[in-house]
Ligand binder design. Structure first.
Ligand code: GUN
Ligand code: FE
Length: 436
């Protein structure tokens, strides 16, 4: 059992105004766990009599406990190339990304980087992620086996691509089909793992590859579909040139049956009206990646429009185009993207997108995203004030909304005190930091 100051959003909403009714703040709360599942959640006062005598209670004083963060778009093989200087998307892929990803043909390298990557997620309070591998099946094999050992809820897939990349990263459509199929059969639905069919994006896919993607999608309706959409203006123009018969960028995917529930499209910065409508009508989801969009100079995501069009939305860090694994920092950048368009992103809305909203985008809102009874016990214990500056600012912010907003403005991995996955502590702040 866990005692402390809890915050979550009780149910999915259709507009930001509804968040006020769904916001749950229990300053002295109790969370009862059994075998990684939440069996009771409420106030300490109500819950304490339910506890058997001598039952172990971990009490987190002066902390804030929130659902584990959900990163709806990230590339694990790009961890080691974060902060690559000087290019926008297409040149960045060529100069930095493809050479980095080529190294994942080596199993040992994939194993080492998987371990580092998962540690980065957990030390930043991220308990679920939708992850790109590389074209090499061994890249996701390594990641899945390590995530299985932690019993994490993680979705990943090997990249599928058959043109416009260096030869060593290309495959034939048949090879891509076969290797993906084997991975789905091995990993999709094993423990808490899921498989995402992952065509990189339209420009690295021939029509023949997309046809194989469609075949997999039809054969494995339980699997996810994860790709990039409308990130950069040069990319959008290139897609129009490569697929002249399609009405829009999204239409390329839509024609191959790749839209729908469990389809997640990263970025979506330069959509036309009909693409927004198609996303909504098909129940597809968007991963908004603010640090990446700013870092690569790709554009500003329109949060207002996503609500208007009722498109499901999660937040992605998009490491390594994104510049941090940390969801608090990512939300702070999302706020600034809003500011540049006169959209006021409240802390409550931001935390919703990073937790329950993200869960909904991944069609996992029956399993994760808040402290509802029956859900899986993935959560983060945040220390709201660790640095001298945070402490100074914290002293005059009594309201929860102010404290959350300060966390997104000044917070980072130093604020992550404990991370729980499946009811167990999987990350603990180092003792020397705790004392400081
Ligand atoms: N579009 C195609 N591949 C990539 C990638 O690796 N990162 C980003 N940000 N966009 C992409
Ligand atoms: Fe990406």
């Amino acid at each position: 059992a866990i005692r402390g100051n809890f915050f979550d959003i009780a149910a999915c909403v259709e507009n930001p105004q509804q968040l006020n009714e769904q916001l749950r703040h229990i300053p002295d709360g109790l969370l009862l766990l059994n075998e990684g599942a939440i069996v009771w959640f409420g106030s300490w006062q109500q819950g304490e009599p339910l506890l058997p005598p001598g039952f172990e209670v971990t009490h987190y004083r002066d902390k804030l406990i929130v659902p584990g963060f959900i990163d709806t778009h990230i590339h694990y093989p790009q961890t080691e190339m974060i902060g690559a200087y000087g290019d926008q998307l297409l040149a960045w892929l060529k100069h930095y990304t493809f050479p980095t990803e080529s190294q994942f043909c080596c199993e040992r390298h994939a194993g080492k980087m998987s371990a580092f990557f998962l540690q980065q997620l957990l030390s930043n309070g991220t308990t679920t992620a939708l992850v790109f591998g590389t074209v090499h099946p061994q890249s996701v094999e390594a990641l899945f086996s390590q995530a299985a050992a932690l019993n994490m809820r993680l979705i990943a897939g090997k990249v599928m691509m058959d043109r416009h990349a260096p030869d060593e990263l290309l495959e034939t459509p048949e090879q891509s089909y076969r290797q993906t199929r084997e991975l789905i059969e091995r990993w999709n639905g094993k423990q808490r793992l899921g498989y995402a069919i992952t065509p990189r994006f339209a420009p690295t896919s021939t029509p023949a590859l997309l046809a194989q993607v469609q075949r997999l999608r039809e054969e494995f309706p339980d699997a996810w579909l994860h790709t990039h959409l409308s990130e950069n203006l040069d990319e959008v123009a290139w897609v129009k040139a490569l697929f002249p018969e399609s009405n829009s960028y999204l239409d390329v995917y839509h024609q191959y049956g790749l839209t729908g529930e469990k389809s997640v499209f990263a970025h979506c910065l330069h959509l036309e009206e009909q693409e927004w409508d198609c996303l909504c009508q098909t129940g597809s989801a968007i991963a908004f990646c603010p640090t990446s969009n700013l870092f690569l100079g790709s554009g500003l995501f329109n949060l207002q429009k996503a609500w208007q069009k009722q498109v499901k939305l999660g937040i992605g860090t998009d490491v390594g185009a994104g510049t941090t694994f940390n969801m608090l920092q990512t939300l702070g950048e999302a706020y600034k993207v809003g500011q540049l368009q006169r959209y006021k992103l409240s802390a409550c809305e931001a935390f919703y997108h990073a937790t329950l909203g993200g869960a909904r985008a991944l069609a996992l809102d029956d399993k994760i995203g808040n402290f509802a009874v029956g859900k899986e016990a993935d959560f983060v214990v945040l220390d709201p004030a660790v640095s001298p500056l945070q402490k100074l600012r914290h002293e005059n912010s009594r309201e929860l909304a102010d404290q959350l907003f300060l966390l997104m403005t000044l917070g980072d991995d130093r604020n992550v005190y404990r991370t729980y996955v499946d009811g167990k502590v999987v990350y603990r702040m180092a003792a020397h930091q705790e004392a400081a």
